[in-house]
Structures are given as C-alpha cells and as structure tokens.
Design a protein around this ligand. Structure first.
Ligand SMILES: Nc1ncnc2c1ncn2[C@@H]1O[C@H](COP(=O)(O)OP(=O)(O)O)[C@@H](O)[C@H]1O
Ligand SMILES: [Mg+2]
Length: 265
C-alpha cells in the first residue's frame, strides 16, 4: 500500500512548491506560489475562476513547464524528473474521461490492463466496492448519473496505487447529492493513505474535505492553514458582532477584498 512509508519519508511533504511562477504572454498567472502538502492529507487550493488553480495542477502533473520556482511531487522534481513524477501521480480533470459504451467494470479493467497489472478483474471489483459502484458495475456508463461517473473516474485514477492524486474541480457541475457522493469518495482516498490535492471554487467543499486550505489570489497564496486557523484571521470584534464562528466564506471574502453585505450597509 502507498501508506507504508518510513518515518523519514513521511516527514517530507508529498508536494512541495516554492516560488512557482508562470505567465501566458503578458498575463502573469502565478507570481511566486508556495505550497507544502503533507503525505496522506487532503489539501484544497481554493480560488475564483481564472485564479490559476489548473495552471498549478498542470505544472505539478508535468503537463506544463513553469517559468520560475521549484516543485517536487513524491520526492521528484517536476522539471528534471518528470517521468518519475508521472509514475507517482494521477490527475482527474473536470470532465470525466470514462468510456460511455463500456460498463463501469470494463472501464476499470481496461485501465488496469493498460497499466500491465495482474488480475485486472479483481482490481476492478475492489474499486467498485470501495466507491459503492458494485451494482452499477455491470451497467454501461451511459446510464450513470453525474456523481457515479465522477466516482468511477476517481476510481480509475487510483489504479496502480499512485501516492499522489490531483483532482481539478472534482464536483464542478454536479448536483448537491452527487457532490456529497464524490466528497465521500475523496475522503475514502485519504483514508487509504493517498495524498490529495484538490482545486475548488467552492468554499463549502474545502471546508468539508480539506486538512489544509490555501487561497490562490492574484498569483499568490494569500493564506494557508487549517480551517480553524483561517477562521481566526478575522478580527475578534466581528466574531462577537455576528455571534457565531465566521464561515470560510467570510474569511475568503474578507481576504480577497470583496465587500460583504455587512460592510456595504
Ligand atoms: N494555455 C494558456 N494560454 C493562455 N492563457 C491561459 C492558458 N491557460 C490558462 N490561461 C489563463 O490563465 C489564467 C488562469 O487559468 P487557470 O489556471 O485555468 O485558472 P483556474 O483553474 O483557477 O480557473 C486565466 O486567465 C486563463 O485564461
Ligand atoms: Mg481550472
């Protein structure tokens, strides 16, 4: 299993990003991004549409070169050890990459075969069980709901047991019930010892899932901490005034400088 690391390895972050920079022509998307993700944890990279979340993920997955800074994934440098990085990761994008004509089980077997694994059928059945798709496994994916597809997609990305998995906006476009199903699937990943870096525009998603949350804004990480740490960033006076703990939404809006309803009054 991927969670049987030695103590020395466990102390090294699974993902370590320092001073990452990336521009597209004149557009400076990343202006020095720093991130550290502990092994076996769920890390949420939170940001508005266009903040640069996918750009970070693509650099970490070796699909895109950075202009500056360094990034290591599972101990390997993305620039100089790209093949090793690719061996250690899987990437699930916003649009599920499953084959509609095949059944769920056949999709899983296909990927297991492509990766030259032994007993692809047993691997498929195990994953179907873990993601509550055993009954659906015999049906064509064409008949699946959005949540089932996304769960199958996440299950497929786990084949070969990669220690690090990137989920780029895993629940965008899903209905509320399907989102909860996918959240459960993601929690299941981390329980198995996989390190998860997910991107999201949804504050409640980060709040639900992440051990640590970083907010990417105007090319930099403007805060990075646990949910409790982020909530403590708001001035105590405001906490008293609203007579409840601030939500992550309050913290986000305050930090990115948007006006909250209260401030506008
Ligand atoms: N290949 C590209 N060429 C030019 N601009 C790009 C490219 N990829 C992304 N961008 C721009 O970079 C910014 C960040 O994009 P992206 O990383 O996709 O943001 P997010 O995933 O947070 O929505 C956006 O303004 C986007 O239009
Ligand atoms: Mg994106």
């Amino acid at each position: 299993m991927s969670n049987s690391h030695t103590t020395a390895q466990a102390e090294q972050p699974a993902i370590h990003v320092h001073g990452l920079e990336k521009s597209f022509k004149q557009l400076k998307v990343l202006r020095g991004v720093d991130i550290a993700v502990a092994r076996g944890s769920i890390f949420a990279l939170l940001g508005s549409n266009g903040a640069g979340k996918t750009t970070v993920v693509r650099i970490l997955a070796t699909l895109l070169g950075a202009d500056g800074g360094t990034a290591r994934v599972a101990g390997f440098d993305v620039a100089t050890q790209a093949a090793d990085v690719r061996q250690s990761i899987s990437l699930t994008g916003q649009f599920a990459a499953v084959d509609e004509i095949l059944t769920g089980r056949e999709n899983l077997i296909l990927v297991a075969r492509l990766r030259h694994l032994k007993e692809p059928g047993a691997i498929a059945d195990d994953l179907l069980r873990r993601f509550s798709l055993t009954e659906a496994g015999a049906r064509r994916v064409r008949t699946y709901s959005g949540g089932m597809r996304r769960r199958l997609d996440i299950a497929m990305s786990l084949i070969g047991d990669p220690p690090v998995i990137f989920l780029d906006e895993p629940t965008t476009g899903l209905d509320p019930e399907a989102r909860i199903e996918v959240w459960q699937a993601i929690k299941e990943l981390a329980r198995g010892g996989t390190t998860v870096l997910l991107t999201t525009q949804y504050l409640d998603e980060a709040e639900q899932l992440a051990d640590r949350i970083a907010i990417l804004h105007e090319g930099r990480i403007i805060v990075n901490g646990t949910l409790d740490e982020l909530k403590q960033l708001l001035p105590p006076a405001e906490i008293e005034y609203v007579e409840k703990q601030p939500t992550l939404e309050d913290v986000f809006l305050t930090l990115v400088g948007a006006k909250t309803e209260k401030e506008q009054r």
